[in-house]
Design a protein around this ligand. Structure first.
Ligand code: TA6
Length: 279
C-alpha cells in the first residue's frame, strides 16, 4: 500500500474492516479463518484523489458518467474526496461503530453546485452494515443517483449463483440498454453490466468457498450487477487480466428513474448489510 494513504483499521473478535480516508472507501472485510468477503484488486492504486479498484466505492451524487458533462468524474466525486472521521466506539460484545463525513468544499462545488452533508456509518460485527446518509443543507432541492458499489470475492465466477433477482426487470448495459426480465437465478458467464429494478435481498452462493453471502438493503430500488469479464478486464490498468474470475459486484443503488430528490433540510439513507453463512 502507498505511503500517505491514511485508513482506519477496525478489528474486533468477529471481523476486521479497513476504511480509507480517501472516499471513505471500505477496502477489506475479513472474518477470522475465512477467505476475504470483499475483493480488492492486487493492482489497485492507493492514491488520494484516485478511485481504488475493489472494496466498496461510494458512487455519489451521480452513478456512472455525469448525465450532461462526461469530463466530470465517473460515479461522482465522493469516492475521490478526503472524508473526516466523526465517531468511533467499540463494545465488548464484538460490535464496532464508526462514522465518516463529507460536506461541500470549493472542489465539490465546482463539480456539483449544492451544499450537502454526507455521512457513512460502518457497523462491524459478524456482519458488515453500512449506511450512507445524504442531507440537503442547501436552500434548493437537489436530485442524486448513487450506489454502494461492493466488489465481492468469489472462489470461481463460473461456480457462482446469484439468487433473489428472479422475475425482476433489468436494463442491460452490455446490450445497449435493452430491457429484459430475469428468469431464475443469475449465473455470470460473460461480461455483465445490469441495473435491476429490485428492492429485495440477494444471495451470492459460492460453492468453491462453501459459503453464501447474503446482501440485504434498505432505501434502494435498484441493484447493479457487474463483472467486466476478460476483454474489459484487460483494458483496465488497475485490474489483473484474470481478476474477473474472482469477483462480482452487487451494488445497492438508486439509479435511472429511482433517483432521490431531497428538499432543503431533508435527508435519505441508503443501507447495505453483508452477512456470511456457510452452505
Ligand atoms: O457498476 C457498474 C459500472 O458502472 C460499470 O459500467 C463499470 O464501468 C464499473 O461500474 C466500474 O466503473 P469504474 O469507474 O470504477 O471503472
Amino acid at each position: 500500500m502507498a505511503v500517505n494513504f491514511p485508513y482506519l483499521d477496525i478489528s474486533n473478535c468477529n471481523a476486521s474492516v479497513k476504511v480509507a480516508q480517501n472516499g471513505a472507501q471500505i477496502f477489506g472485510f475479513d472474518r477470522v479463518g475465512e477467505p476475504p468477503v470483499i475483493w480488492v484488486s492486487p493492482e489497485a492504486i492507493y492514491k488520494k484523489g484516485f478511485p481504488l479498484r475493489g472494496g466498496i466505492p461510494i458512487c455519489w451524487p451521480w452513478f456512472g458518467p455525469h448525465p450532461e458533462d462526461e469530463k466530470k468524474p465517473q460515479h461522482g466525486f465522493a469516492r475521490i474526496m478526503s472524508w473526516e472521521l466523526e465517531d468511533f466506539s467499540d463494545s465488548d460484545k464484538g460490535v464496532t461503530l464508526s462514522s465518516f463525513s463529507l460536506s461541500e468544499s470549493e472542489d465539490t462545488l465546482r463539480l456539483w453546485p449544492y451544499r450537502f452533508r454526507l455521512t457513512l456509518s460502518v457497523e462491524v460485527s459478524k456482519a458488515l452494515t453500512i449506511r450512507l446518509n445524504t442531507k440537503n443543507t442547501d436552500d434548493r432541492p437537489f436530485e442524486i443517483t448513487q450506489a454502494l458499489h461492493a466488489y465481492f470475492f468469489v472462489g470461481d465466477i463460473q461456480d457462482v449463483e446469484i439468487e433473489g433477482l428472479d422475475g425482476h426487470y433489468y436494463v442491460d448495459k452490455v446490450k445497449g440498454g435493452e430491457e429484459a426480465r430475469q428468469d431464475g437465478s443469475l449465473f455470470i458467464t460473460s461480461e455483465t453490466d445490469r441495473i435491476y429494478r429490485h428492492t429485495g435481498s440477494c444471495r451470492l452462493i459460492d460453492r468453491r468457498f462453501g459459503r453464501v453471502i447474503v446482501i440485504d438493503k434498505k432505501g434502494s430500488g435498484s441493484t447493479v450487477v457487474w463483472n467486466p469479464w476478460q476483454e474489459k478486464a484487460r483494458q483496465m490498468a488497475d485490474f489483473p487480466d484474470d481478476g474477473f474470475r474472482n469477483m462480482v459486484c452487487i451494488e445497492a443503488a438508486n439509479v435511472l428513474e429511482d433517483r432521490v430528490r431531497l428538499e432543503p433540510g431533508q435527508e435519505f439513507t441508503l443501507e447495505k448489510r453483508i452477512e456470511v453463512d456457510s452452505l
